[in-house]
Design a protein around this ligand. Structure first.
Ligand code: IMP
Ligand code: MG
Length: 169
């Protein structure tokens, strides 16, 4: 599988994102809502990068959003309870593709009483007009990617680099 983004490039970009988020947030504690399973490595690395780049303490919350069976998209289902009332939350998401996942997750967190919701996304495949990414890792071409949390039918998540699985459309 062709290399798209190396582990080193991912780590460098995450260090930059941590600097930006830390700078914008002052010394306040941060509430990360991690969208499982894809964002697990991103959240682990970003939260630790924040501890080395500043004095933010990161509270971790987890939800699961499932929308794909293989590469075929179905209805998005959210599972998991989060205590985010009156919190300024950061959604930690792996990738923005159609936007369907975030169109469910963002209102869900607002319904749970979050006072603000910011979006941190490692990859973006397209511009989606109604979804604003506050902190983006990389813009990528419209291919199916695997590695660094990205799967195909639950495989390849643990590859350290991001690789192209196959072309879509
Ligand atoms: P969306 O709902 O279409 O925006 O897709 C977002 C979700 O689909 C992401 O959170 C991923 O879990 C999954 N996804 C989309 N594209 C890819 C990909 O290329 N590889 C692995 N997972 C993907
Ligand atoms: Mg996801």
């Amino acid at each position: 599988m062709d290399l798209l983004i190396s582990a080193k490039e991912i780590a460098n970009r995450i260090a930059e994102l941590a600097q930006e988020i830390g700078k914008d947030s002052g010394e306040q504690d941060l509430d990360f809502v991690v969208v499982l399973k894809g964002a697990i490595y991103f959240a682990a690395d970003l939260s630790r990068a924040l501890s080395t780049s500043g004095s933010n303490s990161v509270h971790l919350h987890f939800i699961t959003a499932k929308s794909y069976d293989g590469v075929t998209q179905g209805e998005v289902k959210i599972e998991g309870q989060v205590q985010v009332k009156d919190k300024n939350v950061f959604i930690i998401e792996d990738i923005l593709d159609s936007g369907n996942t975030l169109r469910k997750v963002i209102p869900y967190l607002k319904e749970q009483g979050a006072s603000s919701v910011k979006l941190v996304c490692l990859l973006k495949k397209h511009d989606i007009p109604d979804i604003k990414i506050d902190y983006l890792g990389f813009q990528v071409p419209n291919h199916w990617v695997v590695g660094y949390g990205f799967d195909l039918d639950q495989k390849y998540r643990n590859l350290p680099d991001i690789r192209i699985y196959k072309e879509t459309k």
